[in-house]
Design a protein around this ligand. Structure first.
Ligand SMILES: NC(=O)c1ccc[n+]([C@@H]2O[C@H](COP(=O)([O-])OP(=O)(O)OC[C@H]3O[C@@H](n4cnc5c(N)ncnc54)[C@H](O)[C@@H]3O)[C@@H](O)[C@H]2O)c1
Length: 433
């Protein structure tokens, strides 16, 4: 076997921790760094700060086999490594512009600490032309030779480990043949197609990928609202459209829309850059608007249904699903938060359950949290499905119906068959059907 590389990964969140762990599993020696001391102290004791299927096992295995370490010391990790991956957060500012302060600070620290040739790899999602700026910062502070590369990450939360290990493509943007060769060799075990690009194009590939996926979701949600008005069925429409190979079936599922740390902020960032360059950003602004429209449409459906009964005040609403999508504990910009706040503003009483996201939710939303889905449904005036977790698809609907005050379900993710729900005696509302 080839000798693994010495790698530092700066920022140990969903992307950094997954990247570092998977690279260790491929035989490299990896130090995952974060400035959150509690996170690093926990990781040293195999306490995993996020939920990602398969990640815990890999962290334990690679820690035990001494290929994976954790640290809060960027300088030390840089000195011990040949490749340094930047995986810190790139959050949005109020105006949609990307806040680059973390990635710039980290770059400065790496440059100052550098003790020999390094390849600095930018994995965080950033606006086009960021790497050029970071290279300028490097030059200002570094005394040794270095190269830079942009290597955007396309993993999805909820299947991050699988996606990292099985990518559709690997994009390596760099002017340096040496950096390209090192990275291509590092990724060789994944057997994936590699696209070698310039650095600016690599940055845009990531932004446009997310924007186009968000666009598919908003398009289908707009047409779902049209289906409701015209008595068509969005599942059938999506199926027929998705069978066209040029369009494809993925990301055509109607529902209460996208959330999370990526699509909303990356879309905002692209809108900002388009405007800054004097171009029309209207296309992507509409994608963003529709994503809010569909949520509001869903919330309106619920309150209109309760208008018949004197409004939502005092009504008990059960919530199934808080995470922005299944198989993650991430609630950042989740549609559920907005919908719950709307119901709370109308004085509904909320009882919620999510298999993994309740700990994060407790930090931002005050409401009753339930131990399981059945207690969330118990005695409710209505039950809302806000995340399509498998356990909700599999739940005992007869038991649910028996325990609710009224058999009323609003399904924001279209996970049940309409006919079946009717036969089971539910008053069932979904999206676009
Ligand atoms: N989450 C995803 O699905 C996903 C997918 C692809 C790309 N990305 C991109 O990857 C980047 C990271 O996203 P994430 O979801 O992993 O974010 P995250 O918030 O989960 O993780 C970022 C980590 O960086 C750490 N950090 C911040 N400043 C630091 C500093 N100065 N020094 C050391 N550590 C620092 C934070 O403590 C945190 O643990 C973003 O640019 C994001 O857009 C995310």
């Amino acid at each position: 076997m080839e000798m693994g590389k010495n790698i530092a990964v700066i920022g140990s969140g969903y992307v950094g921790l997954t990247t570092g762990t998977c690279l260790a599993d491929l035989g490299n020696k990896v130090i995952c760094v974060d400035n959150n001391e509690e996170k690093i102290a926990g990781l040293k004791n195999c306490k995993i700060p996020i939920f990602e299927p398969g990640l815990e096992l890999l962290i334990k295995r690679n820690s035990l086999e001494k290929r994976l370490e954790f640290s809060t010391d960027i300088a030390d990790a840089t000195k011990k490594s040949d490749l340094v991956f930047l995986c810190v957060g790139t959050p949005p500012k109020e105006n949609g512009e990307t806040d680059l302060s973390a990635i710039e600070n980290v770059t400065r620290e790496i440059a100052k600490a550098s003790n020999g040739y390094k390849i600095i790899v930018q994995k965080s999602t950033v606006p086009v032309n960021t790497a050029v700026g970071l290279k300028g910062i490097m030059k200002q502070y570094i005394k040794t030779e270095f190269d830079t590369a942009v290597n955007p990450e396309f993993l999805k939360e909820g299947s991050a480990v699988y996606d990292f290990m099985n990518p559709d493509r690997i994009v390596i943007g760099t002017e340096s043949e040496k950096a390209y060769a090192e990275l291509a060799e590092m990724y060789k075990p994944l057997n994936a197609p590699i696209l070698h690009t310039d650095i600016n194009s690599a940055e845009l590939i990531k932004h446009l990928s997310n924007a186009m996926l968000a666009q598919k979701i908003s398009t289908i949600n707009l047409i779902a609202m049209l289906c409701e008005k015209t008595n068509a069925d969005i599942e059938t429409v999506a199926k027929g459209v998705g069978m066209d190979k040029r369009i494809g079936p993925d990301f055509l599922k109607a529902g209460i829309g996208y959330g999370g740390f990526c699509f909303p902020k990356d879309l905002d960032a692209l809108i900002y850059i388009l405007k800054k360059n004097g171009l029309d950003s209207g296309l992507f602004e509409k994608v963003r608007d529709i994503n809010y429209d569909i949520r509001n449409h869903f919330a309106r459906k619920i309150s209109e249904r309760f208008d018949k009964e004197g409004g939502l005040e005092g009504k008990i609403i059960g919530i199934l699903g808080l995470a922005f999508k299944p198989n993650t504990d991430d609630i950042r910009l989740a549609p559920s938060t907005d919908i719950i706040n709307k119901l709370k503003s109308k004085k509904a009483k909320i009882k919620a359950y999510d298999p993994k996201a309740m700990e994060n939710s407790r930090k931002i939303l005050e409401m009753e949290y339930c131990d399981n889905l059945y207690s969330a449904a118990e005695n409710c005036d209505a039950l809302l499905i806000l995340t399509e977790w498998q356990e909700f698809k599999d739940m005992d609907l007869t038991r649910i119906r028996g325990s609710m005050k009224k058999p009323l379900i609003f399904d924001g993710r279209n996970i049940y068959n309409k006919e079946r729900m009717k036969n089971l005696g539910f008053e069932y509302y979904c999206i676009g059907r």
